[in-house]
Design a protein. Structure first.
Length: 505
């Protein structure tokens, strides 16, 4: 495995560990504090995350690309200037939001369905300021390809949240209990992580300097910020429209069905994006450097292998979800409907994965406005479908609408990339073979499930059937040279180009 995929492995392992700790943290909160307290915290957190998308938005992604471009040009002083500008933009925006919230604190309860949330929110809102520094420095680390530090600090934040919440739950500080303890722990953990990141930043040779590049950060950051806010709004619209349309057609348990799909099935279906997202984190600086050096061959090759990687990862999950959908639903959620939904809609993972990959490439090349255009083209298809399809296919309308949106976005992305770098599918036959080999592996999974379920518990049925069928798939992919670990030659070429540029400079 070459350097890029080693980096992907590091980012993926730490990302999975972070999400696992986050899941454990939620279990701990529900048991230690009760559902009512956790509900208050989650309501405050949802509003805080929305405000975070406004204050920080797409600036970290843009900053990562800019830092990587400066790295290719050996312009290290500009890296510090851009980071300082990003911190100032985010901190000042966050400071305005925090000041507004404190000035109108008596009206905060209008944002929440429970009056107790207002005071908790005021405890958590200062974390916007520390998050501004936190996100900017992590973007700097990403652009500099310090992937371990980039990912480990996110894991560290989860550890701090658990540690401080447990500390306050003991009751050593009498005034800090219940939901207040969770809110204080959240803010303290965020501030402490920001301080640690500043120390890492300075120890890695980074410095805060005279800021520059405000306009270019805004030009590229605003489209991504708009995209993230639009995504939140569309998600809210979907939660409102789909149950409403189902009730209109006489479905009595529409809200429960939507809860099963959005809270159980869709998180499973989007699981591959965790791994694909790790590749995106690694590729953003790599492709940004190739772009600034004019190495279009490297960009096209990386794009092709990124798509191949996405298809490979989604195929692994597709085999497991299609063959063991009901068993996974029962084991994870004690709900057959969730498992059936995953089983019948898991093919949409391929479209979601490829869309995520091509969108990453657009952002790496500084085409954030085109990314927003592609997203709006997809939304123009998605919104009519969630109004029209529930009466025809019920709750499965969400999957069809999402898949259609991804397909439109992929099409637009490829048109843009073809014009920009002459992109084309260089490994179409490999992608088709990867898809073809899923069929016998799914059949093998179903066959093994039928035998193992007689003798073993559901957990071991899922474990052994998955391990055997996925091992067979890996062997098939390896035998036909389909594994997408092909970046080494392009990495070397890019490094030589960079060193030559720096020597000439």
């Amino acid at each position: 495995m070459n350097k890029i995929f080693k980096s992907v492995l590091i980012v993926t392992v730490l990302a999975v560990a972070t999400r696992l700790l986050s899941f454990i943290f939620k279990i701990y909160l529900s048991r230690a504090y009760g559902a009512d307290t956790v509900g208050l915290y989650q309501m405050c957190l949802s509003v805080l995350l929305l405000l975070l998308s406004v204050s920080i938005g797409g600036f970290p992604t843009v900053l990562s690309r800019k830092i990587a471009e400066c790295e290719a040009k050996c312009d290290y002083s500009r890296q510090n200037a851009l980071l300082t500008a990003s911190v100032l933009i985010s901190v000042l925006t966050s400071a305005l939001i925090v000041a507004f919230c404190f000035l109108f604190k008596n009206y905060l309860n209008f944002l929440f369905s429970d009056d107790r949330c207002g005071n908790l929110f005021l405890i958590m809102i200062p974390a916007l300021l520390s998050s501004s520094i936190y996100c900017s420095i992590r973007a700097w680390l990403n652009g500099k390809k310090r992937f371990f530090a980039f990912s480990f600090t996110e894991l560290l934040e989860e550890i701090f949240k658990i540690a401080f919440t447990a500390f306050f739950s003991i009751g050593l500080v009498a005034q800090i209990t219940g939901a207040t303890a969770i809110a204080v722990a959240f803010t303290v953990a965020d501030v402490l992580c920001a301080v640690i990141l500043i120390i890492i930043f300075l120890s890695q040779g980074g410095r805060f300097s005279k800021p520059s590049g405000f306009l270019e950060l805004y030009k590229s950051g605003v489209p991504l910020t708009t995209l993230r806010i639009s995504t939140s709004l569309v998600s809210s619209l979907t939660a409102l429209v789909v149950p409403m349309m189902l009730i209109k057609d006489g479905v009595q348990n529409a809200t429960a069905l939507y809860g099963v799909v959005s809270g159980m099935a869709l998180p499973l279906i989007t699981a591959p994006t965790t791994i694909i997202g790790s590749l995106a984190i690694v590729l953003i600086p790599d492709m940004a450097q190739a772009n600034v050096l004019g190495d279009t061959d490297s960009i096209k090759s990386k794009l092709s292998y990124t798509i191949l990687f996405s298809v490979f990862v989604c195929s692994l999950f597709f085999i497991m979800f299609t063959g063991l959908g009901e068993e996974l639903g029962l084991f994870l959620f004690d709900d057959v409907m969730a498992g059936e939904y995953v089983k019948y809609t898991s093919s949409m993972m391929f479209l979601i994965g490829i869309n995520a990959s091509t969108t990453t490439v657009l952002n790496s090349l500084g085409l954030e406005r085109k990314t927003l255009l592609s997203y709006f083209c997809g939304i123009a298809v998605f919104i009519p479908l969630i109004f029209l399809l529930p009466s025809v296919i019920g709750i499965y309308s969400i999957a069809v609408a999402s898949a259609s949106m991804s397909l439109v976005c992929i099409t637009v992305n490829f048109i843009i990339l073809k014009k920009k770098v002459g992109a084309k599918l260089e490994h179409l036959s490999k992608n088709l073979l990867l898809l073809l080999f899923t069929a016998p592996c799914i059949a093998l999974t179903v066959f093994l499930k039928g035998i193992l379920c007689v003798y073993l518990s559901p957990f071991f049925v899922i474990l052994f059937a998955s391990l055997i069928s996925l091992s067979v798939y890996m062997l098939l992919a390896l035998s036909f040279n389909l594994l997408p670990f092909k970046f080494t030659v392009f990495k070397r070429k890019k490094n030589n180009a960079k060193h030559s540029f720096c020597r000439n400079k």
